[in-house]
Each structure stands twice: as C-alpha cells, then as structure tokens.
Design a protein around this ligand. Structure first.
Ligand code: NAD
Length: 272
C-alpha cells in the first residue's frame, strides 16, 4: 500500500489516510478491524473516548509488532470533560484504555463552553510530550478565532464533516491561511455519497470505484481522510488512492456538487 503524509505546523508527519472507528463495536469487531487495517498497510487510526473502543484500538496497535514510531493514533476529549482539570483526567483515562506511551494527535471533539480551559490542558500535554500534536474537531472559523484569544499554540488540525456535498470552502481557506490541516470525517457521507451518479461515471472513466473517486478528490485537495469500514476489501479499496490523479476538469465537476448538506450536527448547535 502506497502511503502519503501531510506535515503539521510543528513538523509532525500525519498519514493522509487513516481508519475511522466510530460505531465500530468494542471487542473483537474493533480489534479485528484495526488489525486488518494495519496488516494492509494503514498506519493511522482515528478513535475517541466517545467511541468506547480505545482499548481495542490500543490492543491491536500493541500486538501488531509495528514500531510505535511508524503509527499515528488520534483520540478526542468528549464534551462532558471540558475544562483544564477534567481534560487532563480524561486524557489519563484514554491512555489507561489505550495502554500506549503517547498519543500522536489529541482533539477537542466538539466546541462547547470552556474551549479555552480545555485547550490549555491540551497545550500542557503537548509541552510534556504526552501528545505529539493537538487540534480541534467541528470548529468553525469563529470558534478558532475565540480559541486563539487564549491560546499559546494554534491548533494543528481541524477534523470536520467534509465530503462532496459539504465542501466547506470558506473554512478550508481559513484553515489554510492559519496553517491548520483539514481532516474530513464522514468522507463518504456515511455511504450516502454513492446516491450521486457522478462518482460511478467518473469511476468508469478512471477504472476506479466510486469510493476511490471521492477519497481521491479529497486527498488531491490536501485533506486528510478517515473512511470507516470493518471489511478488509473495502479498507484496501479506500486506501488505494495515491497511484492516480483526477484531471482538473473532474476536480471542478466534483467541486460544483457542493450543496452545504450536513449529515451530522451543526457545531453552532451541539445538543449533546
Ligand atoms: P464514512 O463517510 O467513512 O462512511 C462509512 C460508511 O461508508 C461505512 O459504514 C460503509 O457503509 C460505507 N463504506 C466504506 N467504504 C466503502 C466502500 N469502499 N464502498 C462502499 N461503501 C463504503 O462515515 P463515518 O464513519 O461517519 O466517518 C468516518 C470516521 O470519521 C469515523 O469512523 C470517525 O473516526 C470519524 N468521525 C468523526 C466525527 C467527529 O465529530 N469528529 C464524527 C463522525 C465521524
């Protein structure tokens, strides 16, 4: 499997594709999925305290025999753990489950009331070397502006819902201007993106699957992707996107599909 990395603001290399494990059942299913992904050549796993499967991710990573320095593991602090002290406790709880010495990326899962207190804890973890990079998730421009008022270190990553039907051009331009890498969650729109025939048409043209066209469009736009699957064949398909390029005219045709259509929660109105 061919891998490609992006470089974060502090020089850390982040593999541009990872396996997402949201709604992957804890236990054998999650352990098996991560094990399969690592065997196929994935080196990046995206979990969260909220997903309740950090223990399985950690176990699969530890048992893989792959050097820890070759792997990139992300987790996230959940909404009820915002604030300086609670975030430090939540991080310890995540590491207790993961049983790893450090995390590669720790994210604030959603913007809530005490983003700055939470962020100060993230900065502390970074300065102590317990995480290699820190970032946010589901932050709009105004959330980042507000965070920066009390921050010493700028977020290195913003993980947001992003796919051809929700392209977020303004947020992407903002992140680019501030040196923040954009990471797409639900890059396949949770499977709904295939309802648009364009991806099958382009798939025919390039001899690729619709999923590969969508994921290629994202990585060719400098976005990190974390498609979820528990099936090895799909994982392999999803990762095989670095050996071809979409022509500019096709990049533009996909860009024209943007409808600002969310499948998930609007970060300005988080009810959980
Ligand atoms: P996704 O867009 O990755 O879609 C996953 C679904 O697409 C699968 O369940 C499967 O049905 C289908 N699929 C996968 N590969 C396919 C293929 N090759 N062909 C056909 N169908 C295929 O959706 P997601 O799981 O919501 O998002 C991916 C990851 O993003 C999550 O697992 C999680 O790690 C992360 N995420 C983060 C947040 C956040 O708030 N930060 C929110 C949601 C998801």
């Amino acid at each position: 499997m061919q891998l490609q990395c992006v470089t974060l603001a502090n020089g850390v290399a982040m593999p541009q594709i990872g396996l997402g494990v949201y709604k992957v059942a804890a236990g054998d299913v999650c352990f098996g999925a991560v094990q399969a992904a690592l065997r196929l050549g994935y080196r990046h796993i995206d979990t969260a305290a909220y997903y309740n499967n950090e223990a399985d991710v950690g176990e699969a990573v530890r048992q893989s025999g792959i050097a820890r320095s070759e792997l990139f593991v992300t987790s996230k602090v959940w909404n009820c753990d915002h604030g300086f002290d609670k975030t430090l406790y939540a991080f310890d709880a995540s590491m207790q489950k993961l049983q790893l010495d450090y995390l590669d990326l720790y994210l604030i899962h959603w913007p809530k009331d005490d983003n700055i207190g939470t962020w100060r804890a993230m900065e502390r973890l970074l300065s102590e070397g317990r995480v290699r990079a820190i970032g946010v998730s589901n932050f709009k421009e105004h959330h980042i502006d507000e965070l920066m008022q009390g921050a010493t270190v700028a977020p290195m990553v913003n993980q947001v819902e992003l796919h051809p039907l929700l392209q977020q051009p303004a947020l992407r331009a903002y992140c680019k201007a501030h040196g923040i890498v954009v990471e797409a969650w639900s890059p396949l729109m949770r499977g709904r993106v295939f309802e648009w025939p364009l991806f099958a048409e382009l798939g025919q043209k390039y001899g690729r699957t619709p999923a590969q066209i969508v994921l290629r469009w994202l990585v060719q736009s400098d976005i990190v992707v974390i498609p979820k699957s528990v099936h090895a064949a799909r994982m392999q398909e999803n990762a095989d996107i670095f050996s071809f390029r979409l022509r500019e005219e096709d990049m533009l045709t996909i860009a024209a599909l943007d409808r600002g259509m969310r499948t998930g929660t609007d970060p300005d109105n988080v009810p959980f």
